[in-house]
Write a protein that binds this ligand. Structure first.
Ligand code: ATP
Ligand SMILES: Nc1ccn([C@@H]2O[C@H](COP(=O)(O)O)[C@@H](O)[C@H]2O)c(=O)n1
Length: 229
């Protein structure tokens, strides 16, 4: 652990590039807080589904999210995700939520609400690692360090398959299609589309193992220590 780093690390990138696993490990190494903004959009999606709302109906989605209390923790070693006081940490990773989350997160009123919450959580921490799609471009345009994580689509599908214990070519092809669909949705929306910030460092993890990526991001973060900003 290093107690030297203060500030914000913004970690963005497409689905399945390793953001969550890398961000959590970097936060632990830096002794920093950790914020998974994808978990917030997923929790908002739980609220939408439980309200019986069509995820493509932007007005109804905005109303359902406004009526719900979404809460996430910022500790690197535990996962707290709640909607109206109910633990949804497991449910947010399920296929029903994954299918609907990009539509919910494309609604501007949802984004405004969650971005306000994200900035408040960040302001409460001396050091924090924040992962998502628009952290370097919209949520924290003055972040101390911005990293944009990429990986070849085949590598991402293989890693996700290994994570879920899926092995057949059909299952892997379906995972690859899901990753592609989400990337397209997230990159083409009008509000806060997925894209690298102009001042982001692009890290391609295709040929790096997870520890290699963590080492690189920690090294980049520590290189900001003592640099005026
Ligand atoms: N460099 C790497 N090499 C091999 N596997 C990795 C690497 N980085 C992450 N992984 C593994 O890939 C899988 C996907 O990683 P992770 O869930 O962190 O991605 P993500 O970008 O947060 O995905 P999403 O945006 O869909 O939530 C996990 O099983 C993780 O352990
Ligand atoms: N800053 C963010 C973070 C996430 N999203 C949306 O949420 C979906 C789920 O994110 P995961 O990282 O948990 O996979 C993602 O596909 C985006 O639609 C976002 O818009 N902005």
């Amino acid at each position: 652990m290093s107690a030297d780093f203060t500030g914000q690390v913004a970690l963005d990138g497409p689905s399945g590039t390793g953001k969550s696993s890398v961000a959590r490990a970097v936060a632990a190494r830096l002794g920093a807080a950790y914020l998974d903004t994808g978990a917030m959009y997923r929790a908002a999606t739980v609220a939408v589904l439980d309200a019986g709302v069509d995820p493509e109906d932007a007005e109804a989605v905005a109303a359902a999210v406004a009526a719900a209390a979404v809460e996430v923790g910022t500790a690197a070693d535990t996962e707290l995700v709640q909607v109206d006081g109910v633990d949804v940490a497991v449910r947010i990773r399920g296929p029903e939520v994954t299918r609907a989350v990009s539509a919910v997160s494309a609604v501007p009123a949802v984004r405004r609400r969650l971005v306000d919450q994200q900035r408040a959580l960040v302001a409460a921490a001396d050091a924090v690692v924040v992962e998502g799609r628009d952290i370097g471009t919209v949520v924290l345009p003055d972040a101390t360090l911005k990293v944009y994580l990429t990986a070849a689509p085949e590598a991402r599908a293989q890693r996700r398959a290994a994570q879920l214990g899926l092995t057949t070519p059909d299952e892997i092809a379906e995972l690859a299609a899901d990753l592609r669909r989400r990337d397209e949705y997230d990159s083409s929306r009008a509000d806060s589309p997925l894209r690298p910030a102009e001042d982001a460092v692009v890290v391609d993890s295709t040929h790096l193992d997870r520890e290699g990526v963590v080492d690189r991001v920690v090294e980049l973060a520590l290189s900001t220590v003592g640099v005026a900003r």
